[in-house]
Design a protein. Structure first.
Length: 367
């Protein structure tokens, strides 16, 4: 059985629940409220992760809400307890980025990832609280990053895969100047209840088209495609069993109040009649290491691990994805031991099939 590792490679921290945008596909339940993380929470997490930073690369991902809505002074106070061996990352909508924020990123060595869904016409879901388009404000933030020569990643949500979209998006992000690109097919989770089921052939064709666009000019690290190619290479080398880690990364998400949700940040703030809320403890009362050590005893996590084993026994794609994510199981099926999800189909199965379809279509002709 793939259990949960007691040592994470990163933690996700919520400096504030507030977001200044109101994207229609957002899963966060409290994004209209400004609930800020006390510095004591960051101090508790920093004390717990210090031993882990000595065993390898370790990251803190500041994720909201909109993390920059916490303000520079408060975010600086939250970062301060962590030692120099911790990498800091921020996932931002970029609308608040100005010269002062760029100076902050440099001073604190913060790596930046921007959420944007492609050209202006593709960003209809990303709106302000007054329901006005946010794209121009996002671009001002991106232009400020570029003016300060700060490299950045990008995260793009795709609501409906369709012909021509993948190539359009790839060309757009090439011009945008990002270093790394992640593509998320919209998911049904949290407060986003919109259906995300699409025809299999359309999703497969989207991923195949994205591979073709990337191969023409592979200047961007394309997260999903590069992971797929590493897996295919491992299969051909006979080392596929070594691709997945032996134990699952617990992905501790530390909410603004210090409560800890494991495995899926999207579960934070939600509860279920069977389990209560999905927290496994609070860093203000229990060290994070102890919370992780006790994780398998949490009822919903035990149910999730049963589901992972069901995926292993039933699904030919298990070696690639390692089993459906906890939040997708819950929000699509209402429980954690379900197996296949629409997220599996859109972002795992069809992804791998798209990569393989592209390879077959471009196989060298024998002479």
């Amino acid at each position: 059985m793939r259990g949960i590792s007691p040592v994470p490679t990163y933690v996700v921290m919520q400096p504030t629940t507030l977001c200044n945008l109101d994207c229609s596909y957002c899963y966060l339940p409290f994004r209209a409220a400004d609930r800020r993380m006390p510095v004591a929470v960051a101090e508790a997490v920093a004390a717990s992760v210090q031993p882990w930073t000595r065993t390898g690369r370790f990251s803190v991902v500041w994720h909201g809400g909109e993390p920059l809505a916490a303000g520079r002074d408060h975010l600086a106070a939250l970062i301060a307890p962590f030692g120099p061996d911790v990498e800091h990352h921020v996932q931002t909508n970029a609308t608040l980025i100005d010269d002062a924020w760029c100076e902050f990123f440099r001073a604190h060595d913060v790596r930046v990832s921007v959420s944007v869904d492609g050209p202006a016409a593709r960003n209809g879901e990303r709106v302000t609280r007054g329901n006005r388009p946010a794209y121009d404000r996002i671009m001002r933030g991106v232009e400020t990053l570029r003016r300060h020569d700060i490299g950045f990643s990008a995260l793009c949500v795709v609501g409906r895969p369709e012909p021509g979209l993948a190539a359009e998006l790839y060309d757009y992000f090439l011009d945008l100047g990002c270093d790394v690109l992640g593509i998320n097919v919209e998911e049904l989770e949290g407060v986003n209840l919109r259906d995300n089921r699409h025809p299999a052939e359309a999703v497969t064709a989207f991923w195949a088209e994205l591979v073709a666009a990337w191969r023409r000019d592979p200047r961007i690290h394309l997260r999903e495609i590069e992971w797929s190619l590493r897996y295919v290479s491992a299969v051909l080398d006979g080392t596929a069993d070594e691709v997945l880690p032996r134990r699952l990364d617990p992905i501790p998400t530390i909410a603004h109040d210090g409560s800890v949700v494991l495995l899926s940040p999207e579960l934070a703030g939600f509860s279920d009649p069977r389990y209560g809320d999905f927290t496994s403890g609070n860093v203000l009362t229990t060290p994070l290491g102890e919370i992780l050590a006790d994780a398998p005893a949490t009822p919903w996590i035990a149910e999730f691990l049963t589901g992972v084993e069901a995926c292993r026994s039933q699904c030919p794609y298990f070696g690639f994805c390692g089993g459906a994510h906890a939040a997708n199981r819950y929000f699509e099926h209402g429980r954690f031991d379900a197996t296949e999800t629409d997220h599996c189909r859109n972002s795992k199965m069809r992804l791998l099939e798209g990569v393989l379809d592209h390879a077959r279509d471009h196989e060298p002709t024998a002479v």
